[in-house]
Design a protein around this ligand. Sequence first.
Ligand SMILES: Nc1ncnc2c1ncn2[C@@H]1O[C@H](COP(=O)(O)OP(=O)(O)O)[C@@H](O)[C@H]1O
Ligand SMILES: [Mg+2]
Length: 278
Amino acid sequence: MSRVKRYLRDLAPHTMMKIAVAGKGGVGKTTLTALLSTLYRNEGRTVLAIDADSNPNLADILGVSTHIVPLTDQKELVEERTQSTLGGFGGIFKLNPRVDDIASKYAVEHQGIKVLVMGSVKVAESGCACPANVLVKNLLSHILLTEKDVVICDMEAGVEHLGRGTAKAVDAMVVVVEPGRRSVETANRIYRLARDLGIQNIFAVGNKVRNQEEKEFLEDMVDMEVLGTIMYDERIIESDMRGSLPQHDNLVSEIRVIKENLETQVKKSVPTKNSNEY
Ligand SMILES: Nc1ncnc2c1ncn2[C@@H]1O[C@H](COP(=O)(O)OP(=O)(O)O)[C@@H](O)[C@H]1O
Ligand SMILES: [Mg+2]
């Protein structure tokens, strides 16, 4: 970015945006995360896109050609930071590992978007708190609380990565939902969990919508305000198969509407503590 552009960007009043994208598998979370990241990048914003799915593919969609090893799979890092020895049973490890330098060291920058692949936080029924999970949760919390511009986090189905303190730093949770009962049920379940965690702004985005009837079905069935709708379009799948980002005009306009509605809603909401204060 040129100095002039950076100067203008810094001059322009913009609000920080920490967005968590959730929803049932296959609804379009990664697609939406990538498209929103691109839109913000195009505005000159500093974007950190986080892949917190156990099947990470956000970097692929964003065009990163190198293979990125998820942080949870980087044994040495996990061991070093949590002072654990992986594989040991009942081992003692640090619950507050150092994480402040990880984003800058491990995020891969591609076409102006920083991508960080976290790997999954596997939530066992037993309430597993293994070292990799602890590291990733602490890291996510640190990023949400300290990053100054745009952070968009592509999350696996729900809110398991977020703790109470972290939830407060999330400006909005966007739950992607497609026409269909299971996707709606998952979305409403995520809504309740996110609300109980203290996230104030929780919205839905309808995806893979083919007609007015489906759009209305979603608006009726989801417990959240719908920010906008993305139509079903074969070109999105074709781009996916090519490993590129879909860019057709309709889609770009749909994403722009979603982004603008999101910003309007967030501005309207009761101001919570600014994340800088944490
Ligand atoms: N609006 C859409 N129309 C057609 N296909 C879509 C649409 N949105 C997403 N897809 C396709 O659906 C599949 C799942 O999308 P993805 O973003 O990977 O979902 P998730 O991250 O929620 O699992 C991909 O093949 C993607 O290209
Ligand atoms: Mg995905």
